[in-house]
Design a protein around this ligand. Structure first.
Ligand code: NAP
Length: 282
């Protein structure tokens, strides 16, 4: 079974649009998401455009602030401070990566925790690891939603996550653990990776290498979630970290690239913006 993140996210966005329609009567306005884009990295421009389109579909007000690569760290921090203080702004997202002369951690920490729709602020991260209420990072949140929508039972399963980044690998491992999976985290220093991945009943791959996971690394009947977004060096087309064509026949459930985890990430960003809006109203 191929889980279409495109279809699931379209359904969830339609539900959110119905909810947001009721907000002007209840709260006087709709949620407002501000996205800051520094420079003109083509991938970042395309992600920011996707976020604006999704906002429009859901009925969320979206403002994209574009700044040149030459902006200083202090100037960027000033913009964030002003947005933190602006009561008409519910969510602030700084598109990463930032230019080398800007400290990403400093920028993330500057965002008010209650407007941190990406869930990257250290206080949100700490809350996640302490099982406290928090804004969940979008990609891991989307992955759990996809597993549940596909009817995958997570509790008690052996899950292997390849990748230990702050935005995908680590938080998705924690969310799987919270769903009572037995979780192994693999990375570039893992020995005999195939031996580890063949144990997986649920395999989440977030590496950033085209078609890195081959069929011999996956057990029959495994659930395979492919987070990677890469260019296939042969065709130039988008592809994941998993060799989809070879693994699809042996996996019980698999996500495609494109049209899998990516759309769910944006969908969860919309959900987080609504959640931040509602929490601030309380
Ligand atoms: P990242 O920060 O570069 O982390 C990559 C991880 O992969 C690291 O933990 C690294 O291990 C591990 N790794 C690298 N080479 C490996 C190898 N040969 N064997 C085993 N592990 C290896 O990347 P990321 O930000 O997590 O993103 C991963 C991929 O997901 C990228 O393609 C990115 O574009 C994509 N992504 C997609 C979405 C979406 O919405 N679809 C969202 C975010 C990211 P070490 O820690 O040991 O270096």
């Amino acid at each position: 079974m191929v889980i279409s993140g495109k279809e699931l996210s379209a359904r969830l966005k339609a539900e959110m649009a119905e909810q947001v329609k009721t907000f002007p009567a209840k709260y006087g306005r709709v949620p407002h998401l501000v996205v800051i884009l520094v420079g003109d990295n083509p991938a970042s421009v395309s992600y920011v455009t996707g976020k604006a389109k999704a906002s429009e579909a859901v009925g969320i007000r979206n403002t994209t602030i574009r700044k040149p690569e030459s902006i200083t760290e202090a100037e960027l921090l000033d913009i964030i401070t002003a947005l933190n203080l602006d009561d008409e702004v519910d969510g602030i997202l700084v598109q990463l990566p930032l230019p080398k002369h800007i400290d990403e951690n400093k920028v993330i920490e500057a965002i008010d925790k209650s407007k941190d729709v990406d869930g990257f602020h250290p206080l949100n991260v700490a809350a996640l690891w302490q099982k406290q209420p928090c804004t969940l990072p979008c990609t891991p949140k989307g992955i759990i939603k996809m597993l549940k929508a596909a009817g995958v039972e997570i509790a008690g399963k052996r899950a292997v996550v390849i990748g230990r980044s702050n935005i995908v690998g680590l938080p998705v491992s924690k969310l799987l653990l919270d769903e009572n999976a037995t979780v192994t985290i693999a990375h570039s220093r893992t020995r005999n990776l195939g031996e580890v991945t063949r144990q997986a009943e649920i395999l989440v791959v977030a590496i950033g290498r085209p078609k890195f996971v081959t069929a011999d690394m996956v057990a029959d009947g495994a659930v395979v979630i492919d987070v990677g977004v890469n260019r296939d060096p042969e065709t130039g087309k988008l592809c994941g970290d998993v060799d989809f064509a070879a693994i699809e026949p042996k996996a019980s459930v698999i996500t495609p690239v494109p049209g899998g985890v990516g759309p769910m990430t944006i969908c969860c960003l919309m959900e987080n913006t609504i959640e931040c809006f509602l929490k601030r109203r309380k």
